[in-house]
Design a protein around this ligand. Structure first.
Ligand code: TYD
Length: 224
């Protein structure tokens, strides 16, 4: 693919959206084309599935059925948004992707790992992120941040934020084990520090892993 595919993962309140916004700004300053998207969602039909799942309507179906719904949304998101952007040379920054299914439905809900592997294979059809940032911080800190953010907006907790502390602690471990299993794709970033420091750490990792992205883009006029 002509563009690079970068995903951001982590527990609740890790600061993914802030960091995605900052990375987008930095890349655009270099003239790099960037698309920001999110999961669940990122295409009109996937956004409909998002509302259904985060509203808690699929909870009674159990974690495997929830995983299937996330996968259904992901197929549409890939087909309508991610793959066309990557093919056109646009870099894609995605807030959550398949590792969220691995962590939330797979590890924490104790689904069979083989089942999650198979689901991922048929859903992704070979489209894997070039780089995944795992924003890591203690579950207590993340939940407190997420709670403060919602209170500021007058919102309540969604389907997963309502889970207890042990769920979120296991989630953190699930992400760290994904990072250990795939060190070439995943970079763990300490998110328990000032957002400027997190931003600097992300930029340094990007420079090391995907140096072509942190250079001024070559425009057609420069070539002529
Ligand atoms: P969102 O409001 O986007 O949360 P956050 O700001 O934490 O990213 O809600 C997405 C929620 O859905 C989040 O709690 C993680 C969960 N989720 C899964 O359980 N499985 C998945 O495959 C995805 C993509 C998200």
């Amino acid at each position: 693919m002509a563009g690079c595919f970068i995903t951001f993962e982590g527990g609740e309140g890790a600061g993914k959206s802030t960091q995605i916004g900052r990375l987008k700004t930095r890349l655009e300053q270099l003239g790099q084309p960037v698309l920001v998207t999110r999961e669940p969602g990122g295409s009109p039909h996937a956004e409909e599935v998002r509302a259904f799942i985060l509203g808690g309507h699929a909870k009674h179906l159990g974690p495997f059925a929830e995983a299937l719904l996330f996968a259904a949304a992901r197929i549409d998101h890939l087909d309508k948004t991610i793959i066309p952007a990557l093919r056109s040379g646009t870099h894609v920054l995605c807030d959550r992707f398949a590792d969220s299914t691995r962590a939330y439905q797979g590890s924490v809900s104790n689904l069979d790992k083989g089942l999650i592997d198979q689901l991922e294979t048929v859903t992704l059809r070979g489209v894997k992120p070039d780089l995944t940032f795992i924003l890591d911080l203690p579950a207590e800190t993340g939940l407190a941040r997420a709670g403060a953010r919602q209170a500021g907006k007058g919102e309540g907790a969604d389907r997963f934020e309502k889970e207890d502390l042990s769920f979120h602690q296991s989630l953190r471990q699930a992400y760290l084990s994904i990072a250990r299993a795939e060190p070439r794709r995943c970079v763990v970033i300490n998110a328990d520090q000032a957002s400027e420091e997190v931003e600097t750490a992300i930029w340094a990792a990007l420079r090391e892993r995907l140096p072509q992205m942190v250079q001024a883009a070559v425009r057609p006029l420069d070539v002529a």
